[in-house]
Design a protein around this ligand. Structure first.
Ligand code: ASP
Ligand code: MG
Length: 445
């Protein structure tokens, strides 16, 4: 069985939904199709919840009206027959009435729970519309509710054993079904409430489903032809990599490559299931395959992640006292803030975070350990590849390229597959371009 996940832009218009239907129909064998919400939907659903949470019910209703207009338009242009147009239109109305039913005073105090219910509607809409469309074109398809098998544990981590068992049973009970459709992103919490796998989580759903059913392949269909060697938004002449390892993909996804949700590599890697990244709008281009493979030496790809904050903690005692690092890390742990990068010297430590929701508390507590400097608007530039062979020249090329760019932090040797740098975000694009020129000899071709 294969798992095919289509992202927001792939289901973002009637034309692209039809393209998805054709791609799905052309792939042989049994498959589970996992869909995101139509592009922008999740953002707009968040806006609606924000308005409701702020007691701005008229504004919430205005945004709901705008969103329903878009969906009505999609329905008009997607379906041919009156029967399906009516059915889909009634479904859309029913879902938006449901969302609108939360726009009142009683929601304000329980907005967190309501938010999860409202943002779940995006995937519920896309999968139902797609299923109706497949029915209209006489394709046999079975819609599965992610709530019947996708669950997270009390820590918010996917409950792999439960997912495997529940999905296994569903598939066994439908042994002749060739095509299942289900929602990405949404799930139930351990106590049965509607929840989700966090923004961009549909990739993660696809990978969890793939691992649960021991799929032969997981395909992630987006709007770019695979993982590029550099960020195509800022650098010309980037190219998609044919093949990358799970480790490289994980580093790149974590440090900024927008194409893939960072955690989504893990379940596939654990079960050794290849992940194919494909472009819905150019289905014939090869894309990128992520699998267990030997990585050539040197830099293979570069990605950048913005919104990074660097904290420098300088020990009051000048010499790095023992327990110093432990005390520092405990502060981050207390405020559940993940650290991305760390560099140390004898007297000071620099740490990067991207979640600044507890920055004030963290800084205050760190000040009892040492003096603290905070730099915001930094970017991590991640170079992925194989740096394990101590081959000469790889780091020289990196640093030679950056002669004119001030580097705030460097991390080398943490893993074999990554060299990371921190620069001020104002230098990011320049750094990406300089690195492109300096480390990819073929980049200008
Ligand atoms: N619809 C969700 C989001 O926009 C999940 C996803 O698309 O992966 O974050
Ligand atoms: Mg995505």
């Amino acid at each position: 069985m294969k798992v095919l996940k289509f992202g927001g832009t792939s289901v973002g218009s009637p034309k692209s939904i039809k393209e998805v239907a054709s791609i799905v129909s052309n792939i042989e064998g049994p498959k589970i199709v996992v869909l995101s919400a139509m592009s922008q939907t999740t953002n707009v659903l968040h806006q609606i919840t924000d308005h409701i949470g702020n007691g701005a019910f008229d504004e919430a209703k205005e945004v709901i009206a705008m969103l329903i207009a878009r969906y009505k338009d999609v329905v008009e242009n997607l379906f041919e027959s009156k029967e399906y147009t009516q059915q889909a239109s009634a479904f859309v109305e029913e879902r938006f009435d449901f969302i609108g039913s939360y726009a009142h005073e009683g929601s304000v105090d329980v907005i967190a729970a309501i938010e999860r219910i409202i943002v779940a509607q995006g995937e519920i809409l896309s999968t139902n519309l797609f299923t109706m469309y497949m029915n209209e074109i006489k394709s046999d398809v079975q819609l599965l509710s992610a709530f019947d098998f996708m669950r997270i544990d009390p820590k918010g981590e996917p409950d792999a054993a439960y997912i495997t068992e529940s999905l296994g049973e569903i598939i066994k009970a439908n042994a002749t079904t060739e095509l299942f459709v289900t929602q990405g992103y949404i799930c139930l919490s351990h106590d049965g409430e509607i929840d989700n796998l966090k923004r961009g989580g549909s990739d993660y759903s696809a990978s969890l489903i793939g691992a649960a059913i021991a799929a032969e392949e997981i395909q992630i269909w987006t709007d770019i032809d695979g993982m590029h060697n550099n960020d195509p938004r800022y650098v010309d002449h980037t190219f998609s990599l044919k093949e990358i390892s799970f480790d490289e993909a994980a580093e790149l996804a974590y440090f900024g490559a927008k194409i893939l949700h960072p955690q989504s590599v893990i379940p596939a890697k654990e079960k050794n299931i290849p992940v194919l990244l494909k472009d819905t709008f150019h289905p014939n281009s090869a894309g990128t395959i992520i699998k267990n493979c030997k990585v050539p030496n040197g830099v293979r790809a570069i990605a950048a992640k913005d919104g990074i904050t660097v904290l420098k903690i300088k020990s009051y005692r000048m010499l790095m006292a023992y327990g110093f690092l432990k005390n520092i890390f405990e502060v981050f742990e207390k405020y559940k803030t993940a650290i991305d990068m760390v560099t140390t010297s004898e007297v000071a430590v620099s740490i990067t975070i991207d979640d600044t929701s507890s920055l004030e508390d963290i800084t205050r507590e760190l000040e009892s350990i040492g003096s603290v400097e905070v730099d915001t608007e930094q970017s991590i530039i991640c170079l992925a590849g194989d740096f394990s062979h101590q081959q000469r020249g790889a780091s020289t090329a990196i640093f030679d390229s950056l002669t004119n760019i001030p580097i705030r932090m460097i991390s080398y040797g943490g893993s074999n597959y990554n060299v990371s740098l921190v620069v001020n975000t104002e230098h990011k694009i320049e750094a990406l371009r300089a690195l492109n020129k300096g480390v990819f000899k073929t980049a200008s071709v």
